[in-house]
Design a binder for this molecule. Structure first.
Ligand code: GRF
Length: 216
């Protein structure tokens, strides 16, 4: 059983999907701690409701970024966390944390990377007028949304989508693929070869019927 540490900044709907997956035994793991940079995060209430310890760590309380991420790594280390999950953690993770957990930090991004990295991936996609978008779970490296891709799910995008309508469609997929990626990790089925994540037993865990026959 793996020990999971979650970092979240906001409403925590992805956090909730992971809590639910753990509670129903889909993920063979235990969530040891929620660390948040935002004392107002709704994620804190979700943690409390499910008996998960919430820890508020505001970056401003540390001397600099490195000191902050060293402290975050120490909190995770104290709880013997095996996997760090960024569930809507709205910051670029600093080197001390990445070095402490190489290829053991996962993030979810609401676009098909490498398109539309950074903030507001859904608005970027809606404004660009793409016809498909989706979400990506990836391991975290020092770049912004640049680490090796674990799984992606696609959704259609429409000319009359708003940021909100597209975000809602994408979010439904986030809640499916993030717990799945964590389950694969917990089962020891993920290995990283350069930029490629190899999933034991699956050539592509997100495989769907992407291009059905065109009929009109
Ligand atoms: C999600 O859209 C996620 O992809 C992005 O931040 C948002 C977090 O939403 N990284 P929630 O807090 O999990 O509801």
């Amino acid at each position: 059983m793996i020990k999971i540490g979650v970092l979240a900044s906001g409403r925590g709907s992805n956090f909730q999907s992971i809590i639910d997956a753990v509670e129903r035994g889909y993920i063979d793991g235990e969530i040891r701690v929620l660390i948040t940079d935002n004392p107002e995060a709704y994620a804190i209430q979700r943690a409390e409701k499910h008996g998960i310890e919430p820890v508020v760590m505001k970056p401003g309380d540390w001397e600099n970024r490195d000191a902050y991420y060293q402290a975050v790594a120490a909190e995770l280390g104290k709880r013997e966390v095996d996997l760090v999950v960024l569930a809507g953690f709205m910051r670029i993770v600093g080197k001390p944390l990445i070095d402490a957990y190489p290829m053991r930090i996962m993030n979810i991004h609401p676009a098909i990377l490498p398109s539309f990295p950074g903030l507001h991936g859904q608005a970027q996609a809606a404004d660009y007028g793409v016809k498909v978008s989706g979400c990506t779970v990836h391991f975290v490296d020092e770049g912004m949304d640049t680490g090796p891709v674990i799984i992606q799910a696609v959704v259609p995008a429409y000319h009359d989508d708003t940021e909100e309508s597209l975000a809602e469609r994408i979010l439904r997929q986030e809640h499916r693929i993030f717990p799945y990626a964590i389950k694969l990790f917990a089962e020891g089925r993920l290995s990283v070869e350069g930029r490629k994540v190899v999933v034991e037993g699956k050539r592509n865990p997100g495989e769907v019927l992407i291009n059905p026959p065109i009929e009109d």
